[in-house]
Design a protein around this ligand. Structure first.
Ligand code: FE2
Length: 283
């Protein structure tokens, strides 16, 4: 299952607190990302709003409960709800996280990192293939932000993701903030991570804020994108070229205008970076 990268532009997360304003003002965003689970009820306001928004801009569905790395069978009820939402919204892309989050049928409400081993790779690849078959669509998986790692890992996270994409054709949602957070927490080079990700697999970027808690960074999504993440975003643009980019803001959510301004800032940085070689040649 392969796919060429869509040229979606710059988007923001569609949040409940912004529903009315988004519909009334139609802010200058090229696309929105909707958290799949928040729109799975077949009736009610959320899905009605999403259908209206969908008539205006492309929608990307981003899930948090697929638990692609968990053991035990995939949750068929969840997959059926997701498939119904996909059919109704016709999203531009469908994503979830490279993590596990269920144990014996119970949701742990956390995005937990996997051991990066050959055994885990085979397991996750098989489940990705099942999900893609079930949805009839390519799945994109997001690199997690991590605070713990398994001693048993024999592959780096980027090697694991690259090989998973090669085996299954799945795409990669590259969260630039998560790369930065994990690189700081574990002491690896974020540029080595970027170099290890196959460009053709990258479907879109996430940008977000984090907190410095002294001994580690925490992926909090509760404020503006910090300077080191903007710097890594520039590196990612140089490595991957033009990639759809989404600003995430999930806690202490500010007025819509502030989130939109952050997304426009990403667009300005992208324009600057992608025109840089021409500028250098001209000078
Ligand atoms: Fe993210």
């Amino acid at each position: 299952m392969t796919s060429t990268r869509l040229d979606l532009g710059h988007g923001i997360g569609l949040r409940t607190t912004h529903f009315a304003q988004f519909l009334a003002e139609r802010p200058p965003v090229d696309w929105v990302e909707a958290v799949s689970e928040n729109f799975m009820a077949p009736g009610g306001r959320p899905i009605a709003v999403l259908e209206k928004v969908r008539r205006e801009v492309p929608v990307v569905l981003h899930g948090v409960s697929l638990a692609i790395g968990s053991v035990g069978p995939l949750d068929e009820r969840y997959l059926a709800s997701l498939a119904a939402l996909v059919e109704r919204i016709e999203p531009a892309l469908i994503s979830d996280h490279l993590c596990w989050g269920t144990h014996r049928g119970q949701y742990l409400h956390d995005l937990l990192p996997l051991p990066y081993t050959e055994e885990a790779l085979a397991h996750v690849a098989s489940r990705v293939a099942q999900v893609q078959e079930r949805l009839g669509r390519r799945l994109l998986l997001e690199n997690p932000s991590a605070y713990v790692a398994f001693k048993d890992s024999t592959l780096t996270e980027w090697e694991f993701l690259a090989e998973l994409s090669r085996r299954t054709g799945c795409g990669i949602l590259l969260d630039v903030n998560n790369v930065y957070v994990s690189a700081r927490n574990f002491g690896f080079d974020p540029l080595e991570y970027l170099r290890g990700i196959p460009a053709e697999a990258v479907g879109y970027f996430h940008l977000a804020g984090h907190q410095d808690r002294g001994t580690y960074l925490f992926d909090s999504h509760d404020h503006a994108v910090p300077a080191p993440v903007w710097a890594l975003y520039r590196e990612a643009l140089r490595r991957f070229g033009r990639v759809p980019t989404l600003v995430e803001w999930d806690d202490a959510i500010p007025p819509l205008s502030e989130v939109v301004a952050e997304s426009r800032r990403a667009a300005a940085i992208e324009a600057e970076e992608l025109s840089a070689p021409a500028r250098r040649l001209a000078s």
